[in-house]
Ligand binder design. Structure first.
Ligand code: PTJ
Length: 257
C-alpha cells in the first residue's frame, strides 16, 4: 500500500501500521471516523502485531469462503462503518463490484452528518449507490443506533459482510438467519465467535483478499462455490488464529518473524 499524502519511508519496518494510523487520524479529522474509532484501531493493532501483521493461511481460507458466500448470495450487502470508510473505501467499492453487492453505511455512533460524509466519501471512491441513509428497517433485539438499517439493504440481505462489528449486532444478525461474515483481528471477540465466517485479519488486507478470491471464482459453478462454503470450518479458523497469537508462530507451529 502506498500513499502519496504522507511522509513515511516505505522501508520503515512499521510502514503499514503507521500508514493505517494516519488514515484513521485523517478519518477523524474529516468527520468520517468516530473518536472511539481511534481506540478500536489501537486494539486491532495489538492483535495484528501478535499475528505477525500478515494474513494467516486460515484467514486466507476464510476470505475464500467469504467470496464464495457473497457470489452465491441472492442479495449480498457490505456494511461500512467509520473505520472501514477511512481505511479501505476504494477496496470496498472494488469488492462490491466483484460480487454484485450493495454497500450500506451502518454506524454504532450514528449521526446524520457522519452518515452523509461517509456516503460522500464512498461515492468519491467510485460507489454508485450507498444505502443506509433511509433507515426504514430495524434489526430486532438491539436498542442502539446500529439497529437502524435500510429495509431494502441489510434488512433484505441474505449475506452480510460486517467488518469491525460489535458483538450485539453480530449476534442479532445471526438470529435473523442471515449469513454473517465478520472481519475482526480479535479471534476471541463475540462478533468473531458469532460469525458464520470469521476472518481474523486486518481489514486492509482482508477486503482486497476477498476481492481477489471473488475474481478468481467469478466463473466457478454453484457446486464448486457450495463445496468451498461447506468445507470451511469457523471453529478451526478461530483456533488457528488463537494458536498463532499464543505461540507467536504460524498455525503449523512455524516462526512468525
Ligand atoms: O464508526 P462507528 O460509529 O460504527 O464505530 C466503529 C467502531 C469500530 C469504533 C465501533 O464499532 C467499536 O467501538 O468497535 P469495538 O467494539 O472497539 O470493536 C472493534 C473490533 O475491531 C476489535 O475487536 C478490534 O480488535 C477490531 N479491529 C480494529 N481495527 C481493525 C480490527 N479488525 C480488523 N482490522 C482492523 N484494522
Amino acid at each position: 500500500m502506498t500513499d502519496p499524502d504522507i511522509e513515511i519511508p516505505e522501508s520503515h519496518p512499521r510502514y503499514e501500521s503507521l500508514l493505517t494510523r494516519h488514515r484513521i487520524e485523517a478519518g477523524v479529522d474529516a468527520g468520517i471516523t468516530s473518536r472511539q474509532g481511534l481506540i478500536a484501531q489501537g486494539r486491532g493493532e495489538a492483535f495484528d502485531y501478535l499475528l505477525g501483521e500478515r494474513t494467516l493461511p486460515a484467514a486466507d481460507a476464510a476470505e475464500r469462503a467469504a467470496a464464495a458466500h457473497l457470489l452465491l448470495a441472492d442479495h449480498p450487502v457490505l456494511s461500512v462503518n467509520g473505520n472501514v470508510a477511512a481505511l479501505v473505501p476504494g477496496e470496498v467499492v472494488d469488492l462490491a463490484a466483484a460480487t454484485s453487492a450493495d454497500i450500506e453505511v451502518n454506524l454504532f455512533n450514528r449521526t446524520d452528518e457522519r452518515m452523509e460524509r461517509i456516503a460522500d466519501h464512498l461515492r468519491e471512491h467510485g460507489a454508485s449507490e450507498v444505502k443506509g441513509l433511509t433507515a426504514d428497517g430495524r434489526i430486532p433485539g438491539l436498542d442502539h443506533e446500529r439497529a437502524k438499517v435500510d429495509a431494502d439493504g441489510i434488512g433484505d440481505a441474505d449475506v452480510v459482510l460486517v467488518p469491525l462489528e460489535d458483538g450485539d449486532r453480530a449476534e442479532a444478525l445471526g438470529d435473523l438467519g442471515k449469513v454473517e461474515i465478520v472481519i475482526d483481528l480479535n479471534p476471541m471477540s463475540r462478533s468473531a465467535r458469532a460469525a458464520d465466517v470469521p476472518i481474523v485479519d486486518n481489514v486492509i488486507r482482508a477486503v482486497p483478499g476477498i476481492t481477489e478470491h471473488a475474481r478468481d471464482l467469478a466463473d466457478a459453478d454453484r457446486e464448486t462455490l457450495e463445496s468451498i462454503v461447506a468445507e470451511f470450518d469457523a471453529g478451526e479458523a478461530l483456533t488457528a488464529a488463537e494458536r498463532a497469537i499464543r505461540e507467536g508462530g504460524d498455525e503449523d507451529g512455524g516462526d512468525a518473524t
